[in-house]
Design a protein around this ligand. Structure first.
Ligand code: C2E
Ligand code: CA
Ligand code: CA
Length: 877
């Protein structure tokens, strides 16, 4: 959608905050500026008032002084008026008389009959012809009958400036007489100067018609005579009123002043006082500087803080929306609850987990009312509420919660994490709900698989042995038996009807045998292939072991119907009794096995173990010594089976598989001689032999293809032997084979017998550079957590899962999850027992890395492998 709002409006909306901020600052500055301007105007006004006051004061003072001098002039005139012919003596007497009362004038005089006479304050006549002639010249401008101030004249003898006040008296008969007084100008200034004029002020005295008589500068304390006529425009202002103020620039020094003026009432003169405007401005500035500075600092600070505030708000909005986004998109359920369990808010994952409508539908609903558990819902609610209310601020609690969704079967397992807000004012609790149902089911399945045989659901070998061992450990007075059941000609079923049929038979048989034990103590385990073992208490059958065997045979011999075909099978059973035959689980089983072998040879349904059977059994002493001799004499051979990379069909390497041909009994299955080796000390020389043979072969193959690898199976006892790692290292050196070309296969069950030592040994093997794989994965009982810790590179999925991949949905899921799991631990996955192209294709699709099995090649001698895989052009499958 297009945004239709005009750009201007959009800008305003986006920058609202800055606009408000700047407006506020602007108003602030305006108010402060107005205040400052008002202050300035007030100060200038005061300056004017001061100037006026000072002007009036100075004028009154000067006028007052001069009026007193005027009185002397007027007194002399009245003495001599109407007496034009008065003698010089008479004039002198009158002058002396006037002087006696005059404290202002320095000299009083008259221009009488063309002669200038002057008397000083002491009554002496002063004869100064220069001054007299200067006075005579000045008198010419006098008008008649008014006392007039005249320009200052200088008394050269005394060095004094006098202000003359003169009066021309007009007589009709003769030339006018002039009477005058000379006032020392500085004397006038003294008093005025003592007035508190502004430090930098000045004042001047002017004649009525605008001639300056003198000027006084307060700053320089200088008295100055400079006849400067007032410019006509100013004179007009000065003449307009008796007193007043104005502002003007001085023509003398260009200083800008506030000028106050005042005209004298009694004499034609006026005073002008100048106060420098700058001093007012400086005072104003001094007074306002602090304000101005504060205003400026305030403005800057408010802008800076405002912008930071804005940034903080934006950041907050940003993180708020991030949290909202997180809340919405996170895969776990998030619910905000109050302390009563009422949902305030939740995300979509939560509503999906609880299967209740939308997020909105959940608001206001009590979390504990939504779900039903196996227990009474009231109990659950109160337990949940207790948990909620117990939460302290900032506390986190985790607990497992299981419930059934309303209207649904099947348990839902949830990990519930409760987080209380760290602020105790915040009453809400955040609950994180993680659905761990699939995880738990997977784990439960893995745990089950770890203890059980995947095909029949019976215990596996190690779980069976554990059971027997615990039975032995339980009570010393117990007596029980172990029956070893081996089907006769089971191979025929596999060969004629296929492996699937064989598996089905085993499955059905597992069920039938379980029913034999129903309501009795005891257990059944599948030891591998068609071997099944039963552990039971003979006292639970009236006829003892014999009756048990009958029931067992009956169960085995019952007709099987498969693919519309009916057939029957039989079994050979060997019985060993605790504690008569052996006192530990492994030995009991071995004894039962020997008895079974004897029964099979004798073709009888069952046989009890006895000491004498030992020498005829594969596990017998003679058999064992034959095997020991074979190892010593190098009568063992290795068959090799190729391993192929699924993505491109390229050869990866070979697995070495031991072969033994007995001098009289012919080829012996590894299923027989390997357990013999593993349960005796023969395993050490045996494995040493096998690794030597494999390395010698590897050395010659690596000349043809340096990448080829050979894997060798090693048993638990090899791995647990403390010299094993050193031995492998020595053999690598002896055959000059690079460690990464050698691979050791260890079964899961071997690892689990002593996990700590195994882990330590595996780490050392990994450190010398030899690759490690876990063999028969899925058939053993390793825990996932443990596998994760192992320093292995390869996981070999047990062939029992691969065989049934096309038919068994469950196995397919196990294989798929094993591949995913292995990849998540960075392991390569090998599938064993791949017999058909369908299985190979399926495994390729599942992402399995490597395959091994009859489809690619049966185990065969080294020459055959060399010819087929290393010398032919087609080294790819
Ligand atoms: P394994 O390590 O799981 O070896 C693979 C077995 O599966 C071999 O049986 C092999 O012949 C068989 N096999 C290979 N491809 C297929 C297939 O497509 N379908 C079927 N049904 N089976 C297939 P073999 O040679 O009888 O060995 C049996 C077991 O004996 C081995 O199982 C291994 O655990 C043990 N073994 C063999 N040689 C040695 C050895 O030198 N040392 C040790 N410790 N154990 C060995
Ligand atoms: Ca193997
Ligand atoms: Ca295997």
């Amino acid at each position: 959608m297009l945004n239709r709002s005009p750009i201007g409006l959009d800008f305003l909306r986006r920058h609202q905050f800055e606009l408000v901020l700047f407006l506020a600052v602007f108003v602030l500055i305006g108010l402060a500026g107005y205040g400052l301007a008002r202050d300035r105007i007030k100060m200038v006004e005061t300056g004017h008032k001061d100037a006026l006051n000072i002007a009036e004061a100075v004028q009154l003072h000067i006028s007052g002084e001069l009026v007193r001098a005027t009185n002397s002039v007027l007194g002399v005139r009245s003495d001599l008026q109407g007496n034009p012919g008065a003698s010089t003596r008479l004039v002198q007497a009158s002058l002396s008389e006037a002087m006696r009362y005059d404290t202002v004038s320095a000299l009083v005089g008259a221009d009488h009959g063309g002669e200038v006479l002057m008397v000083d304050r002491a009554g002496f006549f002063i004869n100064q012809p220069a001054m007299a002639s200067a006075l005579k010249a000045a008198f010419r401008t006098l008008q008649a009958n008014t006392v007039q101030p005249l320009p200052l004249i200088h008394d050269d003898e005394r060095g004094i400036w006098y202000l003359p006040l003169a009066l021309r008296s007009v007589e009709s008969s003769r030339d006018a007489d002039v009477f005058f007084s000379l006032v020392p100008a500085e004397q006038l200034v003294e008093a005025a100067a003592s007035l508190q004029l502004v430090t930098d002020g000045r004042f001047g005295l002017f004649t009525g018609d605008g001639k300056r008589l003198f000027r006084y500068l307060s700053r320089e304390r200088a008295f100055e005579i400079r006849p400067a006529p007032v410019p006509p425009n100013l004179l007009r202002i000065l003449a307009a009123q008796q007193s007043g103020t104005f502002e003007s620039e001085s023509s003398v020094d260009r200083r800008y002043d506030i000028l106050g003026y005042s005209h004298s009432d009694s004499l034609p003169l006026f005073v002008v006082v100048g106060v420098p405007k700058r001093s007012i401005e400086i005072a104003w500035l001094r007074q306002s500087a602090v304000q101005l500075f504060l205003l400026l600092a305030g403005t800057i600070a408010s802008i800076v803080f405002g912008l930071r505030l804005k940034k903080a708000v934006l950041d907050l909005q940003g993180s708020h929306s991030q949290y909202r986004q997180l809340f919405r998109s996170v895969g776990d359920g998030l619910v905000i609850l109050n302390r009563d369990g009422v949902i305030q808010k939740c995300n979509q994952a939560a509503s999906r987990l609880l299967r209740v409508g939308s997020e909105q539908d959940l608001a206001g609903v009590n979390l504990f009312h939504l779900t039903v558990t196996d227990r009474d819902s009231a109990v659950v609610e109160s337990r949940g509420l207790r948990q909620l209310r117990k939460l302290q601020p900032g506390e986190t609690r985790t607990h497992d919660w299981q419930f059934r969704r309303v209207g649904q079967s099947g348990m839902v397992y949830v990990k519930l994490h409760l987080f209380a807000s760290p602020r105790d004012t915040d009453p809400f609790v955040t609950a994180l709900l993680r659905d761990v149902t699939a995880e738990r089911e997977h784990l439960a399945r893995q745990e089950f698989l770890a203890r059980h045989d995947a095909l029949t659901g019976l215990l596996n070998r190690s779980a069976f042995l554990d059971h027997v061992a615990s039975r032995i450990g339980g009570h010393s007075d117990t007596s029980f038996f172990v029956a070893f059941v081996d089907l006769n000609r089971f191979k025929d079923i596999n060969d004629s009807l296929g492996h699937h049929a064989g598996d089905t038979v085993l499955e059905i048989l597992g069920g039938r045998l379980s029913r034999v034990l129903e309501n009795r103590s005891g257990c059944i385990g599948r030891l591998g292939g068609d071997e099944i073992a039963v552990c039971a208490d003979p006292r639970e059958w009236a006829g003892g072991v014999a009756e048990f065997c009958q029931e067992l045979h009956a169960a085995v011999q019952k007709t099987f119907t498969l693919n519309d075909a009916n057939f029957e099978i039989s079994a050979s059973v060997g019985i060993a009794v605790y504690p008569d035959d052996a006192t530990d689980a492994e030995q009991l089983l071995r004894c039962a096995d020997i008895a079974m072998y004897s029964a099979k040879r004798a073709m009888i349904p069952f046989e009890y173990y006895s000491q004498k059977l030992d020498c005829y059994a594969p596990r017998s002493l003679t058999f064992k010594s034959d095997f020991a001799r074979a190892i010593r004499n190098g009568d063992l051979a290795l068959a090799y089976q190729p391993k192929v990379r699924l993505s491109d069909g390229a050869l990866v390497g070979f697995e070495a598989l031991a072969r033994w041909t007995h001098p009289s009994q012919g080829a012996i299955s590894p299923g027989i001689f390997i357990p013999l080796a593993e349960t005796t000390e023969l395993i050490y020389p045996f494995t040493d032999r096998v690794i030597r043979m494999a390395m010698r072969q590897l050395k010659s193959w690596s000349l043809l293809d340096p990448r080829v690898s050979v894997s060798v199976n090693v048993s638990m006892n090899n791995l647990l032997h403390r010299d094993f790692v050193a031995q492998v290292r020595a053999l690598l050196a002896e055959f000059d084979v690079s460690p990464e070309q050698l691979e050791l296969e260890v079964t899961e069950s071997a690892l689990m017998s002593d996990p700590d030592t195994a882990l330590m040994q595996l780490c050392q093997i990994r450190d010398i550079g030899v690759r490690l794989s876990i063999d028969d994965f899925g058939a053993g009982h390793s825990s996932l957590a443990y596998l994760k810790k192992l320093p292995v590179h390869i996981l070999k999925i047990d062939r029992s899962f691969i065989a049934s991949l096309m038919t068994e949905e469950a196995d397919r899921r196990i294989v798929e999850s094993s591949i995913t799991l292995a990849h998540s631990f960075n392991l390569e996955v090998v599938a064993e027992g791949v017999e058909t192209s369908d299985v190979a294709d399926l495994l390729t699709n599942m992402g399995c890395d490597i395959a091994q099995g009859y489809f690619y090649g049966r185990p065969a001698g080294a020459e055959a492998m060399t010819a087929q895989w290393l010398l032919s052009d087609a080294t790819h499958y």
